[in-house]
Each structure stands twice: as C-alpha cells, then as structure tokens.
Design a protein around this ligand. Structure first.
Ligand SMILES: O=C(O)CCC(=O)C(=O)O
Ligand SMILES: [Fe+2]
Length: 281
C-alpha cells in the first residue's frame, strides 16, 4: 500500500505516470486502474472527518442559495477539498496527480470532490456527471471504508466516446436497460464492475457512463475527485440530475465561482477561484 505518510516527495515522479500501454487502454476503454493508495487507517480518518462535517455541504439549487454559501461558511456539495484537510491531501497526492497529468497534461485543476455514502441495497442510477456537458476531464474514484467489488462502481467501457448521456431524462437503474441504450452507439457494449477494494483508486474519463448497486451488507464510502484543465471556466449546475441531458438546459448561478485547487502546473487563464491551504476565501 502507498501510505499517505510515506514520504512520497523522494520518489522519482516519472515512475508514477501512466505507461504508454495504460494510456492507450485509457483512451480506448475510458478507465485505468486499480492502483493502491491508502491504508485502512487513512480511509477511516477521511470518513470520520467527513462525517463530523457533512452538514456544511449543501445542494445549491437556486442562485439565492449560491450566494448564501460563502456568507454562511457552507460549501456546495462538490467542495470536500475546501472543507476537509484530508481530502485536499489525497487530491494533491502525487500517486494520483502524476497519473492524471499523463492524461490532462501539466496544468491540472481539481474542480470538484465529494465523499459518497451508499447504504446496502442502494442503487445509483446510470448517468454521466452533468458538468461534463460543459467541460471534459477525469474522475478519480477512491474506495474508502466498505468498498469491495460488491459495492464498487460500474461502468460501460468505451462510453466516454459516445459524448452523450445514457438517459434522455428517464431514470435507468438496470444494467440491461443501459446496455440497450449503449447499443445505439456501439457494437456489443458491456457493463463492468470495477473490482475495487478499500484504499484503491481507479481513474475514468469524465463523460463515461457509470452507476452503482451496493449489493454488499455494508455501507460503502468513496471519495470522488474531479480534475480538468484550468482553461475551462468552472460553474455549478442548478438543474436536477436528469435535466440537461442534451446539454442545453443546464442553468448555473450567477456570481458564484466554485473553489478549485491547482494541483499541478500553472493557471494562466485566471478565470477560476483558486484556493490554497484548505481555505475557502
Ligand atoms: O459512488 C457512487 O455510487 C456513484 C457516485 C457518482 O457517480 C456521483 O456522485 O456522480
Ligand atoms: Fe457520477
């Protein structure tokens, strides 16, 4: 295991990059991994930090709510890196960042992060994260407490290249249904459950179709880290989950810049709110 405390600065960074083979597999399939990162103590500490502060994260559904976020010292729901020190630490971890750089290039912005809680029996419908109607990027899924192949994420390999949502506004829970939809865009699509365990991560292309069904007996926690390039202007969607599937109806609050972390390189575009040192100014 790559412990968070393992003095990673001394490691030659080059070896942390994706190999040419991994990169071409990522381009073709839309995902790569699993890679080891955290030990179970690290995972537990992140979950504990999140649990003690989870009330500061709110779903921003109106412009008014967005303007209240900063004044009330709250955070929009994908701001775990701004509120939780351990999340910022993982988001900046070279084992992750160097791999993300292999895909996105030297300049890398973390625009969103969230701790996801899935109770036994909980289905997370098939979807594409709707921010990817606005910009491309990659998502790093880090398995925390309770992550096993029975509770992990499912993907449709290759679906990042469809550049379409799996739904047309309706809810799709079943694998058979999502496969029917995928057949519109590719021959013989498959659903794959990523065989992830606690402390491991995998990387997927942002527009990839994904969902989950926790068929284990335990609550599963995971950390989602979402990265892009600083040349995109980050905004947050006000719309509900299935709205904006065509990319046209998405609404965003005015005068609200989500807190982002520059985890590598430089930002010469100056169009996003960068935070440093785990503070939301
Ligand atoms: O962890 C999961 O079950 C899915 C989370 C997810 O895809 C999301 O929050 O967008
Ligand atoms: Fe998602």
């Amino acid at each position: 295991m790559e412990s968070m405390n393992s003095g990673h600065e001394e490691r030659p960074q080059k070896t942390l990059r994706l190999s040419a083979e991994e990169l071409s597999k990522f381009r073709l399939r839309g995902c790569t991994g699993a890679y080891s990162l955290l030990d179970s103590d690290d995972c537990l500490k992140i979950v504990t930090e999140y649990t003690s502060q989870k009330n500061v994260f709110i779903k921003v559904k109106t412009s008014k709510a967005a303007s209240a976020v900063n004044s009330q010292r709250k955070y929009w729901k994908k701001s775990a890196h701004a509120a939780l020190q351990r999340v910022e630490q993982v988001a900046r971890h070279p084992v992750i960042v160097e791999k993300v750089k292999s895909i996105l290039g030297e300049d890398v912005l973390l625009w969103g992060s969230s701790v996801i809680v899935r109770r036994p029996g909980r289905i997370h419908k098939w979807h594409t994260d709707r921010e990817h109607f606005w910009w491309t990027g990659v998502t790093v899924f880090v398995g925390l407490v309770g992550t096993t192949p029975e509770s992990s994420l499912k993907v449709v390999p290759g679906s990042h290249r469809y550049m379409r949502s799996p739904t047309k506004g309706e809810r799709i829970d079943q694998d058979a249904e999502v496969l029917e939809r995928a057949k519109l865009y590719s021959v013989d699509p498959t659903v794959e459950t990523i065989g992830l365990n606690e402390g491991e991560f995998f990387i997927f292309d942002g527009p990839m179709w994904h969902g989950s069904n926790n068929v284990s007996n335990n609550t599963r926690f995971a950390l989602l880290l979402q990265y892009t390039s600083p040349d995109y202007a980050i905004r947050i969607p006000l719309t509900g989950d299935d709205e904006g599937a065509s990319g046209q109806e998405l609404q965003t609050p005015e005068n609200f810049s989500p807190p982002c972390l520059l985890v590598s390189g430089t930002d010469s575009f100056n169009q996003n709110r960068l935070i440093t040192g785990n503070r939301c100014d």
